[in-house]
Design a protein around this ligand. Structure first.
Ligand code: FAD
Length: 310
């Protein structure tokens, strides 16, 4: 068995594994897609001290960094079940798809998240060509331009307020008859002159010129009318889904399915830690995930030290 098994090879998992290896901990880093979500983006400009990089380059840099340590990297595998310690021994077990099993004294869960998609024509075609899921990441690309935010929940309205400071005009498109965001945020929207809110509106298609988004089509659900908006960018904010389905019943999840952790990255299960976008950490960003990975890794290491001394 390993001393620590890190599940998920995104920024959080890689940071955890590096911190663990630097403590001389026998560590495995398993996953199905090295680099995680960063593979889905091109320009990255908020990894502090790296003014500009691109997703695939960052993913490859993560692997290069991890390769400098004695980390057992097991690629192309997905965890399917977390099994608690048994009476016979004190190991935490992780079952893999295909039924193999790995065990360790402690586990760090870093399986990340994925953005919920609209599922309309044009969304995939224009991904990273005007369709984006991350205002913190891509907002500055739309300086002085017209954008839409899809979704009037807290993240959509926060995105709209954020983008209103950069873009020329922001249109919020909400499917339901009213936005569900907190009143205080909606009040701020009312006071912001370059935000328009369309409720009861269902996006039907993202359109473009082949290389870039030029607008979107939507149905006014009250009247049934089909309408069009000319735009340069579409920010989809209809939910970030944590990759935690496989953990239901095994660790405590919040109402959104995010793993509940304390400020040391500990879950409710002894010697099971978690980090990054799969947790209830408030902001989902690369440096946040890396910092959280370091915390979870150090906490896992500390839990082993404490066991040894008792
Ligand atoms: P992830 O990156 O999601 O990695 C988790 C890994 O675990 C994935 O490889 C996943 O496949 C794997 N996994 C999932 N389930 C299992 C399982 N059961 N078994 C094994 N492995 C599993 N952030 C920024 O700071 N700046 C940006 O510019 C930026 N741009 C972005 C652009 C896009 C399009 C997207 C989608 C995100 C962007 N982000 C950006 C957010 C950033 O990518 C995430 O916050 C960060 O990657 C989270 O790291 P993580 O390690 O927690 O999770």
């Amino acid at each position: 068995p390993y001393q620590v098994l890190v599940v998920g090879q995104g920024p959080a998992g890689v940071a955890s594994a590096i911190y663990l290896a630097r403590k001389g901990t026998r560590t495995a880093l398993i996953g199905d897609r090295f680099g995680g979500q960063v593979n889905d983006t091109l320009s990255i400009e908020n990894v502090i001290s790296v003014p500009h990089t691109e997703g695939p380059k960052l993913a490859s840099d993560l692997r290069t960094h991890a390769s400098q340590y004695e980390i057992d990297m097991i690629d192309g595998v997905r965890a399917s079940e977390l099994l608690p310690t048994t009476d016979g021994d004190d190991l935490v077990r992780v079952r893999l798809e295909g039924d193999a099993q790995l065990s360790a004294d402690a586990v760090v869960l870093a399986t990340g998240a994925h953005w919920r998609q609209m599922g309309v024509p044009g969304e995939q075609e224009y991904r990273n060509k005007g369709v984006t899921y991350c205002p913190h990441c891509d907002g500055p690309l739309f300086k002085g331009k017209d954008v839409a935010v899809i979704g009037g929940g807290n993240s959509g309205i926060e995105a709209a307020l954020d983008l209103a400071g950069v873009a020329r005009h922001v249109t919020v498109v909400e499917f339901m008859p009213a936005c569900k965001a907190d009143e205080v945020l909606l009040d701020r929207v009312d006071q912001t002159t370059n935000i328009t809110v369309l409720t009861n509106s269902a996006v039907t298609e993202v359109v473009g010129d082949g290389s870039q988004v030029t607008g979107l089509h939507y149905d006014d659900r009250a009247t049934g009318e089909h309408r069009e908006l000319a735009l340069d960018g579409v920010f989809v904010q209809i939910g970030l889904m944590p990759n935690t389905d496989w953990l239901k019943g095994a660790v405590k999840l919040d109402a959104h399915g995010q793993i509940v952790i304390d400020d040391r990255g500990a879950t409710n299960v002894p010697r099971v830690f978690a980090a990054g976008d799969c947790t209830d950490v408030p902001f989902k960003q690369i440096i946040v995930a890396e910092g959280a990975g370091a915390i979870a890794g150090l906490s896992a290491w500390e839990s082993l030290i404490r066991e040894q001394s008792t």
